[in-house]
Design a protein around this ligand. Structure first.
Ligand code: ZN
Length: 288
């Protein structure tokens, strides 16, 4: 190290960009320790810089160096994306002021992380780029997750999910607008298919179905009634991943309730995983 780099830097040595770099997008509650690079009190090799996200305030970063005694604290910018990565919950009902797309959202498919492309290609093959453009799918640089938006009847963003790529838990993070509700994809389709996830809904919408992604395996009775009343489908099909008893039970309940709200055919697709896992030919065969 040259003398030039060793100049005294008052509180600048704990500036926000330096601390954020140390955190590497991990905003979980707790204290971590680092060597304070260029510490004004002398070389730190004992990790005397403490950086804390307090349990009492998840939106704050507090840093303190026990070597030079400098301190700095600042709020974390509260976009939906940063709140999601702070939270232990997998779904957050955002306030008006906090609901927004992630701050560092990459919308150019060519610039997505290779894992995002691999995942999207696995479902949409050579149409992945066109599908992402059409449905507004992006890549969130802050969380390293795929951004999956859903819109209301006015075309306004109603909620979005961030889907993990590297085995992070939970697999999906969901941010919801306080009032807006998403509508089905391809709402002009005359057959309504209720699925769990956006990629499955897109797969079916592209085949001409009216496809409603639950973003879970549940739907309220009111919402189901409204869907059927609004879109008047000639057939209602529930297709949830049959991966466990709870989901199976939920699919049964949705089908049973739907049958109360319509005289049209109500069907359940069983013994198959999510629609996104099947090629189009097989989907049409299963649904016919
Ligand atoms: Zn220091």
């Amino acid at each position: 190290m040259s003398w030039n780099n060793n100049k005294t830097r008052n509180n600048e040595s704990l500036e926000k960009s330096y601390i954020l770099g140390l955190l590497e997008n991990d905003y979980s509650v707790g204290t971590r320790r680092f060597n304070h690079d260029d510490c004004p009190a002398g070389v730190d090799t004992k990790r005397r810089l403490y950086v804390t996200i307090p349990a009492s305030n998840h939106g704050l970063v507090v840093s303190y160096c026990h070597n030079c005694m400098e301190t700095n604290s600042f709020p974390i910018e509260k976009t939906a994306g940063s709140w999601l990565s702070l939270s232990n919950k997998d779904t957050i009902q955002m306030s008006h002021s906090n609901f927004s797309v992630p701050k560092n959202l990459e919308k150019d498919y060519d610039e997505f992380h290779v894992l995002a492309k691999v995942w999207l290609n696995g479902v949409f093959v050579d149409k992945a780029k066109a599908i992402c453009t059409k449905y507004g799918i992006g890549y969130d640089l802050d969380t390293g997750r795929v951004y999956l938006p859903l819109y209301d009847s006015e075309g306004e963003l109603a909620n979005f999910q961030l889907r993990a790529l590297k085995g992070q838990q939970p697999k999906y993070l969901t941010a919801k607008h306080p009032e807006k509700e998403h509508v089905p994809l391809n709402s002009v389709g005359d057959r309504l298919v209720i699925v769990e996830d956006l990629l499955s809904a897109i797969t079916l919408a592209e085949l001409g179905y009216c496809a409603y992604p639950l973003q879970s395996s549940h739907i309220s009775t009111d919402k189901l009634y409204e869907l059927i009343k609004t879109y008047q489908p000639v057939e209602i099909i529930t297709w949830l991943d049959n991966d466990n008893d709870i989901v199976n039970k939920s699919a049964d309940e949705i089908a049973a309730k739907a049958a109360l709200f319509t005289k049209q055919t109500v069907r359940r697709i069983q013994d198959y995983s999510d629609p996104k896992h099947y090629p189009n030919g097989q989907l049409l065969e299963i649904l016919k």
